[in-house]
Design a protein around this ligand. Structure first.
Ligand code: ADP
Ligand code: MG
Length: 507
């Protein structure tokens, strides 16, 4: 009799149920897997055969049986080694070597040749799927049990090897369902770099606060050693902690990327990613085969810091345009397109020219005009139009540098940022967004009304070509955040003027 057990496949952050059907018949020895399996799934035949033998049963490879494994739905590509365990159990069930009821159970796991189970990726997505589809049990490698247990409403059973899975399913061995206490994994955030460590730079700190409060993108320009990298690294210390919902979302991403530490299966700190400027397009935006989330997805709900911004490849910079606008990235695959979230604060840093001395009153710039032009070209155009706050980070004077420490200045700023985020949460409670930077045109119309004097100022900049249509909308969003920081319902002229000051570059 053919058997049918349930497993699952990942599609981006979401998962889908896969039915694993196995048919055994007497005949010439053969073992086929159909249903768009990739190479790793095909190789399950070998792993499954060896693991079955190591668990005390006869391998199908040593008997006169024809085994046909069908993975349904057939048009969905199946990847990786997670089907080893369901295939092995399905075979033993179809061959009537074991007996159990597979209904209501999702089974996943890679088998080693000796029958041990190896951990898999994307477990939270699988547990969420099972819970949503009304499955009662999730059976997977023991190492993944704690992580899967973060999702309530489905019982999680971690097993060490094929034999243990069989004994559990046949009722010969009792295994306790995983109990994961979510509170145990909430880490108290610690911030290695406090804004208080950075002397002077008051206007940069103000801009950082606005960026953190409303989720706006930022570019810092200044000579080497002025503190740009340090400022960027201090941003996590002024961002509010992740909510539980956001935590799960970020954890899912790190789980499918295989970057989740087993002993700390919940991420509740905002991501801070700083890819090197030699990074490829795939590393940055994601993709490849099998597809992996890129840096922009790993930075979701946090910060993407691009140091030495003009040194990134032009194609890489261009590929950022669409995700910055949409807060997500669509990677095209052979048959399907895959959409991953990518809502982050872009923080870019740049020297004023390749040698870094341009504009310095003391040091002479070594660059030729064309070198400067080439360098600056990357700092203009459509991508830069998506940056909301341009700030100059000058060299600080000795008196400031040598002054005493300002203790924990980040705490106060973080409190203001959190308050401002609360205002935004309340404002957008019926919309699908969290922060001002995510507003689209109808929301901008609704929430970003400005007075006549402000309109006159905006008109002047738009008509003189200094502000594009996109820039106009972005300025209004920043002005909204500036007003929110003062808990002001209305956007005043001063709020707007401050927002414009960060936007307009006079060079
Ligand atoms: N404003 C500042 N206050 C305190 N230390 C600073 C400041 N600016 C720079 N530094 C020191 O200089 C080092 C280099 O700064 P960095 O952020 O790497 O500069 P940049 O990225 O602009 O080249 C920092 O690690 C820090 O020790
Ligand atoms: Mg630097």
């Amino acid at each position: 009799m053919p058997s049918k057990v349930f497993s699952a496949a990942l599609l981006g952050l979401e998962a889908k149920i896969i039915e694993v059907e196995v048919d055994c018949s007497y005949g010439l020895r053969c073992f086929n897997i159909v249903g768009l399996p990739d190479q790793a799934v095909q190789e399950a035949r070998e792993r499954v055969g060896a693991a079955i033998e190591s668990s005390g049963f006869q391998s199908p490879h040593h008997q006169p049986v024809r085994v046909l494994v069908s993975l349904a739905p057939a048009d969905l590509k199946k990847e990786g080694s997670i089907y080893d365990l369901p295939i092995a159990l399905g075979y033993l069930l179809a061959a009537e070597k074991i007996k159990f009821d597979p209904s209501g159970k999702i089974i996943l796991g890679e088998l080693a040749l000796d029958g041990r189970l190896r951990p898999i990726k994307g477990v939270i997505s699988f547990a969420t799927l099972g819970q949503e589809k009304g499955f009662s049990q999730l059976i997977l490698p023991k190492e993944n049990a704690i992580e899967a247990g973060l999702i309530k409403g489905i019982k999680v059973f971690g097993v060490e090897n094929l034999k243990e899975a069989i004994d559990y399913l046949e009722g010969k061995k009792e295994i306790l369902a995983q109990e994961t206490k979510i509170e145990d994994f909430f880490q108290i955030p610690n911030y290695p770099i406090d804004l208080g460590y950075i002397k002077g730079q008051e206007s940069s700190k103000r801009a950082l606060e606005i960026a953190a409060a409303g989720g706006h993108n930022l570019l810092m320009m200044g000579p080497p050693g002025a503190g740009k990298t340090l400022l960027a690294k201090a941003i996590p210390s002024i961002l509010p902690p992740l909510s539980f919902g956001e935590s799960l979302e970020v954890t899912k991403i790190y789980s499918i990327a295989g970057l989740l530490p087993q002993e700390k299966p919940l991420i509740n700190l905002r991501p801070f990613r700083s890819p090197h400027h030699t990074s490829s397009e795939v590393a940055l935006i994601g993709g490849g085969n099998p597809p992996r989330p890129g840096e922009i997805t790993l930075a979701h709900r946090g910060v993407l810091f691009m140091d030495e911004f003009p040194e990134f490849h032009r194609d890489v910079l261009e590929s950022l345009r669409q995700p910055i606008e949409e807060g997500k990235i669509t990677v095209l695959r052979a048959k399907h397109s895959l959409t991953l979230p990518a809502s982050f604060i872009l923080v870019a840093a740049s020297n004023p020219c390749p040698c870094g001395n341009l504009g310095d009153p003391e040091k002479k710039c070594q660059c030729t005009n064309s070198q400067i032009r080439m360098y600056r070209r990357k700092l203009s155009g459509p991508l830069m139009d998506r940056v909301d706050l341009f700030i100059d980070v000058p060299q600080v004077k000795y008196e400031k540098l040598a002054s005493g420490d300002e203790e924990n200045c980040s705490v106060k700023i973080r409190e203001r940022v959190e308050k401002t985020r609360e205002i935004q949460k309340e404002r957008f409670k019926n919309e699908k967004i969290l922060v001002n930077s995510e507003m689209e045109i109808p929301q901008i119309k609704k929430y970003c009304q400005v007075d006549l004097k402000s309109q006159d100022l905006l008109r002047k900049y738009v008509n003189s070509g200094k502000l594009s249509a996109r820039g106009y909308h972005r300025v209004l969003k920043v002005a909204r955040t500036v007003a929110d920081l003062e808990n002001s319902e209305k956007i005043s002229f001063n709020h707007l003027a401050e927002a414009l000051m960060y936007r307009i570059r006079e060079d």
